[in-house]
Design a protein around this ligand. Structure first.
Ligand SMILES: NC(=O)c1ccc[n+]([C@@H]2O[C@H](COP(=O)([O-])OP(=O)(O)OC[C@H]3O[C@@H](n4cnc5c(N)ncnc54)[C@H](OP(=O)(O)O)[C@@H]3O)[C@@H](O)[C@H]2O)c1
Length: 359
């Protein structure tokens, strides 16, 4: 794909899509974004991207947005809305993806990069796992992402468009608000771990994910394949919250509560709130954070695409915390300076190949 290619990014008003669109602009691509609300286009992209207005569920709008593009990154998804019903996930994440795929075929798009999630594997038993792990999507969101992936896989043997699937780990970094509550509760000393905290967690820093996307869009070795994109380090939740505390200069959280009452309460809250369109105060996906093992190697992306996570976790968390503070989401801390680096706890390349999760 030449630097002057026209590239469509869906989901560009969201966290990952906005970072990706910005990186593509910086690389010299002509970038078009498909957005529902043009006023939601981030300031950093305004005037630098073409804006196509439309909903991913609207086939005609998707056709129009795709026409004339050589490369399409499909990131738009229903993701953060705990009050959404199952059908809504299906309409946006499966139906919308089908529209993108069909428009790519119609308009001769050369390559389609689809953003899935490591969540399609559910809670993994092999630590670290990889792209060959069995599929166990655990909720409506993950099932819809998996169904969309299968649509892609069915199309993949056809020559056009070339298809690449990216499965990111939990994405964090400046611009994300999903981890804000966690940072805030740790800073205020309110954080309580549900369960033992020995569950494995694997994040990916936004810049590293964008690096993975760019490789997926450019490298011939990516075609017809899927790649887990993660940071170089995975760790237990106890270690993860301890690392955030270290960055914020506060004591590591120590309090734990049993998790299963919260699983039950989450199920009840969902059953009551979701049919009424109310965001449940507690829901199972939030509790899954404490119980589902997520640890993957990006070795395949490294081998075939040359992917390397460049931002270590402490540095990534520091940048994220500083962004929260700059934006007024977090109180400034006395030494809003670089904390001393901690050695990485685990680099997947240093791990024994197979290590059974011990729960
Ligand atoms: N965040 C993570 O930890 C994570 C981990 C693994 C995979 N992923 C995947 O990464 C991708 C990006 O995630 P994110 O964290 O950037 O999510 P996000 O911030 O919630 O952004 C979602 C984007 O999708 C758009 N969208 C939703 N419904 C749409 C519709 N009906 N029509 C058109 N656009 C629609 C949103 O537009 P509006 O602004 O109009 O709502 C927004 O731009 C998603 O595919 C997600 O499944 C995320």
């Amino acid at each position: 794909m030449s630097a002057a290619s026209r590239v469509l990014v869906t989901g560009a008003t969201g966290f990952a899509g906005s970072h990706l669109a910005r990186a593509l602009v910086t690389q010299g691509h002509r970038v078009r974004v498909l957005v529902r609300r043009p006023d939601a286009v981030p300031a950093v992209l305004r005037g630098r991207v073409e804006v196509a207005q439309g909903d991913i569920r609207d086939r005609a709008a998707v056709e129009q947005a795709v026409a004339g593009c050589q490369l399409v990154y499909h990131l738009a998804a229903l993701y953060r809305d705990a009050s959404a019903q199952r059908q809504a996930y299906w309409d946006v994440n499966v139906g919308g993806t089908a529209h993108v795929l069909s428009a790519c075929r119609t308009h001769g798009v050369e390559r389609l990069v689809y953003c899935s999630t490591i969540g399609v594997h559910g809670s993994v038993t092999r630590i670290p796992s990889d792209e060959t792990a069995p599929f166990h999507p655990g909720d409506a969101y993950q099932r819809s992402k998996w169904a969309a992936e299968r649509r892609m896989a069915e199309e993949s043997p056809k020559r056009q468009p070339e298809i690449v699937i990216i499965r990111p780990a939990g994405i964090y970094g400046p611009g994300d608000l999903r981890f804000l509550k966690l940072f805030r509760s740790i800073q205020r000393g309110h954080f309580v771990m549900l369960g033992s905290g020995t569950t494995w967690f694997h994040p990916v820093y936004i810049d590293d994910l964008v690096h993975g996307f760019l490789l997926a869009g450019a490298r011939p070795e990516a075609v017809g394949d899927m790649f887990c994109i993660t940071s170089s380090e995975y760790l237990t939740l106890n270690e993860f919250v301890g690392r955030i505390a270290h960055v914020l200069g506060v004591p590591a959280p120590r309090w734990h509560l049993p998790v299963w009452p919260f699983v039950a309460a989450g199920a009840v809250c969902e059953a009551v709130c979701v049919p009424l369109g109310i965001r449940p105060p507690l829901y199972r996906r939030r509790v899954d954070f404490f119980t589902h093992h997520r640890a993957f190697t990006s070795a395949k992306a490294t081998r075939l695409l040359g992917y390397q996570a460049r931002v270590d976790l402490t540095e990534g968390l520091r940048r994220t915390a500083e962004w929260y503070a700059r934006e007024g989401y977090l109180a400034p801390w006395p030494a809003l300076t670089r904390p001393a680096r901690q050695p990485p706890t685990r680099h997947w390349a240093e791990q024994p190949a197979v290590e059974e999760a011990h729960r």
